[in-house]
Design a protein around this ligand. Structure first.
Ligand code: FAD
Length: 276
């Protein structure tokens, strides 16, 4: 089996202090020699400049920088301009997403779904970018049905995606089932599990409710029982997530993509326990 690929995701910091802190976080995580660092993009373009600036900094530090690009609420001209700017910067990989229309933003823009963005990137820039797309082992919350979601994922890959990163999940079986179904549908691209370290229960519960990622009852109840005891939450969280990662890698996952929430320690602790 080839060596698993690891990557870390950040959101673009809002202040100079946040940017400084994130640079220190990158330095720590860089010791693990990840494949790339990615930076999220606020749908509707709300973080466009901060995402680009963070990508520029990561590139200047000599790491592989991967911007996320979401198309909802955007125009072809705007997306084209960003693609060309990234190409000029020497960026080679992009995470292409639909995004969610921010509340208060009325117009969906010129793209409806991520498969249209993938086609557009290929039409504008040929094979220059390695395109990552999102996958949902527990299914996207707006999907009409599990089967439709799989077929939509297949369509998105057929539009030209090279690989996929999943929404986070804590149930390894959902990932294995999803990958197996994809293979049966003829989707052969690598599907890398997205990993969310468990740090704060209330925040995790909030995220999970909106994005449709299930926290299994036994994990939820155990975390609840710790109350404000953050040491216990983190210790238990590390045990659970390390065991999940071990199972995923042993079962053939091609790598792991960590949602760092701009913190080094939780992802580092798991990676060390995995023996990286
Ligand atoms: P799509 O693939 O377009 O799917 C969205 C929904 O539409 C699904 O229910 C799908 O089944 C359905 N669908 C798709 N195509 C069709 C079609 N042709 N006809 C009918 N239905 C269809 N959000 C951000 O705003 N910024 C980020 O940086 C960001 N990064 C992310 C990174 C990862 C790895 C993941 C997993 C998610 C990320 N998200 C981000 C969240 C993502 O934008 C949301 O989950 C969003 O709701 C869906 O985006 P998508 O690209 O998966 O959309």
């Amino acid at each position: 089996m080839s060596k698993p690929l690891f990557s870390f995701e950040f959101y673009p910091p809002q202040t100079p202090e946040g940017a400084e802190k994130l640079a220190a976080v990158r330095k720590q995580l860089a010791e693990l020699h990840p494949e790339f660092f990615s930076v999220t993009f606020g749908a509707g373009g709300s973080t466009q400049e901060r995402t680009m600036e963070t990508i520029r900094q990561i590139k200047a530090e000599g790491y592989n920088a991967t911007p996320h690009l979401s198309c909802v609420g955007s125009t072809r001209d705007n997306i084209r301009a960003m693609l060309l700017a990234y190409k000029d910067m020497g960026i080679k990989r992009i995470v292409a997403l639909r995004g969610d229309l921010p509340s208060g933003m009325a117009s969906i823009g010129e793209f409806q779904y991520a498969n249209e963005l993938v086609s557009f990137i290929r039409a504008q820039t040929g094979m220059h970018f390695h395109i990552e797309v999102a996958a949902y082992p527990e299914f996207h919350p707006q999907a009409n049905s599990a089967r439709d979601d799989m077929l939509n994922f297949k369509r998105k890959v057929a539009a030209g995606a090279d690989s996929a990163i999943t929404q986070y999940f804590y149930n390894a079986d959902s990932y294995f089932y999803f990958v197996d179904k994809c293979r049966k549908l003829g989707v052969t691209v690598p599907i890398v599990p997205g990993i969310m370290p468990i740090v704060k229960f209330a925040q995790l519960a909030r995220f999970s409710d909106t994005c449709g990622a299930e926290i299994p009852r036994w994990i939820r109840r155990t975390l609840e029982s710790f109350g404000d005891d953050s040491d216990s939450i983190q210790e238990f969280g590390q045990d659970v997530v390390t065991a999940l990662c071990e199972r995923l890698l042993a079962g053939g996952a091609p790598g792991l993509h960590f949602y760092t929430l701009n913190q080094a320690a939780p992802s580092l602790a798991i990676c060390r326990r995995l023996g990286l």
